[in-house]
Write a protein that binds this ligand. Structure first.
Ligand code: SF4
Length: 405
């Protein structure tokens, strides 16, 4: 066979194989999505160590949303409640023997609990979990209180630290402010710079940024990158059909804002960081798993434990209605298995979503964003944006895959 014919044949086989592989991936992704809806084990415990914060961010779902449950919470978690939490986690692990379980210290601002309480909590949890299950600790903080003692504790227990920051000073201080209205950027950036030192690389998890479409997207991206984060989380501000997301007149759409960052990130000659939202979209496009609740459908197995020991569902539901995250159960009387059995299966996706060409990637978006007047079986309030971003990413990835043909 002439060389040209042979190479055409090889290319043809590759093309067929590639299509076949992608079809398989996409087929599996729908099966994965169905499997992911059924879970009896807890994957992640979000532990509220402190119910108050040293900031008063304008979009905060704890203090400035419809749910005002924080006012009924004790300021800190008591020693007794911490012990009960540890016993409940140990009991669950004994029963299910998961290979790992994640515990994220949260608030309010969890570091307000102080060095001793944070260290004691980590110690009691670590001690209580039987061998064979790896406890993966994390903390989500605004960074202001990060100091050498906290960093020492985090190294001791292998706690991975995520810091919330919305970009440079102007972008960040639009929302991330003290009660007085003063911006918090300088102190947040100082804490983040301390964490970003090379000796802390193994405990630096990344930066969580809530989007404001009035900020220049690429400038925000570059400002975040200047802290050398291993990963960036881009969060759409909470909103739903009853309480729509902010769409300031004259500002970019969320889709265009995200696409501008995607192009800067994806087109860079060398990888500078990971962006979980985009990676999850790409993984779903290729048939893999999403790494975020925001994409790919509901991710069961997340239980929030408030400072008084009550169990709640994921925090973002607080933005839909007062008490929307409540379960009426708690560590004093109920096991983690009880609460998992109680948690409703996620709402059926909307008919529009099931018919949507990007459903296996999008999954209808974050559950809280689907809310309308008491129900969740609607497309996301960000539907048009999600569709545009996913379609853009699909075009870019498809073009790159075509080069392999
Ligand atoms: S893009 Fe819209 S219609 Fe399609 S799955 Fe997502 S929310 Fe549903």
């Amino acid at each position: 066979m002439p060389d040209r014919d042979r190479s055409d044949t090889v290319r043809g086989h590759r093309r067929v194989n590639l299509r076949h592989q992608i079809r398989e991936w996409l087929g599996e992704s729908r099966a994965d999505w169905n499997d992911a809806r059924v879970s009896v084990t807890v994957r992640q415990v979000v532990l509220k160590l402190h119910s108050r914060c040293n900031l008063s961010c304008t979009y905060c779902y704890v203090y400035h949303s419809l749910d005002q449950g924080w006012m009924r919470q004790p300021v800190t978690m008591s020693d007794m409640t911490r012990m009960r939490v540890a016993e409940r986690i140990a009991e669950h692990v004994e029963l299910h023997r998961p290979s790992d379980l994640s515990v994220v210290l949260h608030g309010g601002e969890p570091l307000l609990a102080g060095h001793d309480a944070v260290a004691a909590t980590l110690a009691v949890l670590k001690k209580s979990v039987p061998d064979g299950t790896r406890l993966r600790f994390g903390v989500q903080t605004n960074g202001i209180l990060i100091d050498d003692r906290f960093l020492e504790i985090f190294h001791e227990f292998g706690v991975r630290v995520g810091v919330s920051l919305d970009g440079g000073a102007e972008a960040n201080d639009r929302h991330r402010i003290y009660v007085s209205g003063r911006g918090s950027y300088d102190r947040m950036a100082a804490g983040l710079r301390r964490l970003a030192r090379p000796e802390h690389r193994d405990i630096y998890s990344g930066i969580l940024c809530t989007i404001d479409v009035r900020n220049d997207p690429v400038a925000v991206y570059e400002d975040l990158i200047s802290f050398d984060p291993p990963a960036i989380d881009l969060l759409l501000p909470h909103g739903n059909w009853t309480t729509p997301p902010p769409r300031p007149p004259g500002a970019m759409s969320y889709a265009d804002w995200l696409i501008a960052i995607f192009d800067a990130w994806y087109g860079a000659p060398v990888a500078r960081t990971r962006i979980r939202l985009f990676e999850s979209m790409m993984m779903r496009l290729l048939g893999g798993q999403s790494d975020t609740e925001a994409i790919g459908g509901d991710q069961p197995g997340i239980v929030v434990i408030e400072t008084d020991g009550t169990y709640e569902q994921t925090d973002s539901l607080k933005t839909t209605a007062d008490g929307a995250a409540a379960t009426g159960m708690g560590v004093a009387t109920d096991s983690l298995d009880d609460v998992m059995a109680w948690l409703d299966q996620p709402a059926e996706p909307a008919a529009e979503c099931l018919a949507c060409p990007v459903f296996t990637v999008c999954g209808g978006g974050l559950r809280a964003h689907r809310y309308r007047d008491g129900t969740f079986d609607h497309p996301s309030a960000y539907c048009a944006d999600l569709y545009a971003v996913i379609s853009h990413i699909r075009r870019r990835v498809t073009a790159d895959l075509a080069v392999l043909r």
